[in-house]
Design a protein. Structure first.
Length: 131
């Protein structure tokens, strides 16, 4: 974990940093979301940060929705933010549609209500394949 963060810190911005960031922060979303979130929140807005957040938030939201929600404001690209929010809400809804909707109510972003409406249209967890 420390070595991965040290490694990404030493890279210059660009495609390599974005690729490495996606990999590192996808793994950290599983193993240590709070620590990764703290480091991500301290970074300056950039394309590589948006890409790292896009990988991190949908996974981290399942383990720590409040932290994932706070990080949404770190995006510089509103479209990437909306996609990450929708992906995170969909992941949560796979377990509990109610939890996803409750989480979206805590998100003070203009796209949250639109995404909540999409989540309401998803089949209830466990309903797939039942007759």
């Amino acid at each position: 974990t420390d070595r991965g963060i040290e490694f990404i810190t030493g890279l210059s911005s660009g495609e390599d940093k974005a690729s490495v960031g996606r990999t590192i922060f996808t793994n950290l979303a599983i193993s240590d979301p709070a620590r990764a979130a703290s480091w991500l929140a301290a970074q300056s807005s950039s394309v590589w940060l948006d890409q790292s957040l896009s990988s991190f938030i949908p996974i981290a939201a399942q383990r720590d929705p409040a932290t994932a929600g706070r990080l949404l404001s770190s995006f510089s690209d509103e479209n990437r933010r909306a996609k990450a929010l929708e992906s995170a809400a969909t992941n949560i809804a796979r377990r509990s549609q109610g939890s996803a909707l409750a989480w979206l109510e805590t998100i003070a972003l203009p796209e949250a209500p639109v995404i909540a409406e999409k989540i309401k249209l998803l089949p209830a967890p466990g309903a797939k394949g039942k007759k």
